[in-house]
Design a binder for this molecule. Sequence first.
Ligand SMILES: Cc1ncc(COP(=O)(O)O)c(C=O)c1O
Length: 367
Amino acid sequence: MIPINLPKIGEEEVQAVVKVLRSGMLTSGLGAGPMVTEFEKNFAKFAGVKHAVAVNTGTAALHSAVVSSGVKQGDEVILPSFTFVATAEAVVLAGGKPAFADIDAQTYNLSPSAVEKSITKNTKAILPVDLYGFSADMKPMREIAAKHGLALVEDAAQAHGTTYAGKPAGTFADAACWSLYASKNMTTGEGGIITTDNDQIAETLRMIRTHGEKAKYSSLMLGTNYRMSEVQAAIGNVQLQKLPSFVAKRRQNAQQLTKILEKSSRLILPWESKDRQHSWYLYTARLKDGTETERNKIVEELKKKGIGAEVYYVNPVHQMPFYRENFGSTKLPETDEASKQVFSLPIHPGVKAEQVDYIGKTVLSLL
Ligand SMILES: Cc1ncc(COP(=O)(O)O)c(C=O)c1O
């Protein structure tokens, strides 16, 4: 089976981990050991911002960023439903109420006009997602946030290598949250990191990460243990150096796949512009006017032929029982339609040119 994603770990990561293990310094109870500190410095440089705060999952990154941006009990946060459930979890864990808004059909990302329509007197923040590795439309989001005095937190979990207006993902947000889970463009196994230019947000994030403390045994706010270990950071430092080559290979595979798939009139293929470049975390095609049954059949057949096609996200969050029961039902026609028609194909750096060829031709033969 050609898996939908696969971490690319080499001897350099192995050596980096061994070095940490031999050092005896595995973590720091104060929040960040030397490896974590180095990783944060490197990641902040990569993202072009002042601060990066490393944590132990992308979900932890989102939760602490939502809290740090000022969301409190009862506040509404506008976010897409067409995302991984962690985006919404972060809002609920912070005591907020997720207000799901619809997507733009072309990019699958939160629609700025849908955001404007969802604003109420209780709205506190906007939380767009860079879905599949394609940036949300951040300039209009920034304008809406400024006009209404809202915080802007970006879920950049899938966006390592994404650019928007020629800048890395996260640049236009108050805080951007990245996942370092094993499937992502770069990984630390499990892990997450938040980038921000805002000193106050960074300080709060560092406190939340380690029990609300600045000094030991003197909690200033509610915190938790979201610390990243030295081992994770050691892997992250190596992976970050390799990221440009990983993204270049993904791009090459995506271009090759597009060349094959554009022969079919039944597919809507991912797009990008000079101004908005994909990280190619997921190559997602859409079956034009297709039914859910038809799409599912294609995915099933691809799997039988050794191609690990997947549907992200088959159940948009607003349709999940917990969210429906607690936050009511919402009408999101573009989200519902997309979730029935999309399917993603493997293009990670481990996929060889001949396999891309096989994937493309197999999809064409099934249409
Ligand atoms: C869009 C999105 N948000 C949040 C997360 C949560 O990240 P993690 O799995 O590292 O907690 C993920 C990744 O799994 C994701 O894809």
